[in-house]
Design a protein around this ligand. Sequence first.
Ligand code: GAR
Length: 209
Amino acid sequence: PLTVVALISGSGSNLQALIDAQTAGAPFALCAVISNEPDAFGLERARRHGIPTAVLNHRDYPDRASFDQALAALIDSYAPQLVVLAGFMRILTPEFVARYLGRLLNIHPSLLPKYQGLHTHQRALDAGEHEHGASVHFVTAELDGGPVILQARVPVLADDDAATLAARVLQREHVIYPAVVRWFAEGRLQLGDDGCAYLDGVALTAPHQ
Ligand code: GAR
C-alpha cells in the first residue's frame, strides 16, 4: 500500500475517514499522524488504530521556517509517499511545499477558488450563497491556491448557521478525501509540470492564477 503521513490540528474527522477507508481495504496505509496541537483529538483516533503519533508544537519554534524544517525532518523519518493535510491549520513555507510538491494534498472547506483562508462557512452565508462545499487540491506555494482535484457541493439552507453548514460540508469531505487518496495510491493522479492536476492523464482543472 501507499504510505501516508497525515498532518492534523484538531478533531481529525477527516483523518478518521481515511482510517476507515484503510480499514475497509483502500490501497493506502497511514504510517504516522503528526499534530501541531498537543490536545488534538485526532491523535487519540490514531492511537486507537495503532497508528504512530507525534506532536510538533509550533510554539516551541522561533519562526515558521524553523518549525517547517523540523516538521519536514519528522515527516521524512517515516519516508511517506504522500503527505495529507487533514485539518492542519498552519501556513506552510514555500520551501516546505517545494519539498513535497506533487505528493502533498489538502482539503479545504469551500468551493475553491471561492473563500480561501478561514471562516469559510460564515463568509459563504454572509455572501448569500445558495451552494457551498469542499475541495481537495494539490498544495502549491499559493495558499489554498493549488489545482483542485475533486469538489463536493452542498445546498445552503434558509435556516443554516455556520455550524449546521459546516456539518453538512464535513459529511461530504469524509467522502471525497478518501476517494482522492485512493486515486493517488492507484497511481492515477499527478500534478503536472504545467500546474494542472491530472487524473488518468486528463487535466482536471486549469491552475489558479
Ligand atoms: C475540515 O472542515 C477541513 O476542511 C478544514 O478544517 C476542518 C478539520 O476538521 N480545513 C481547513 O480549514 C484548512 N485550512 P477535522 O479535524 O474534523 O478533519
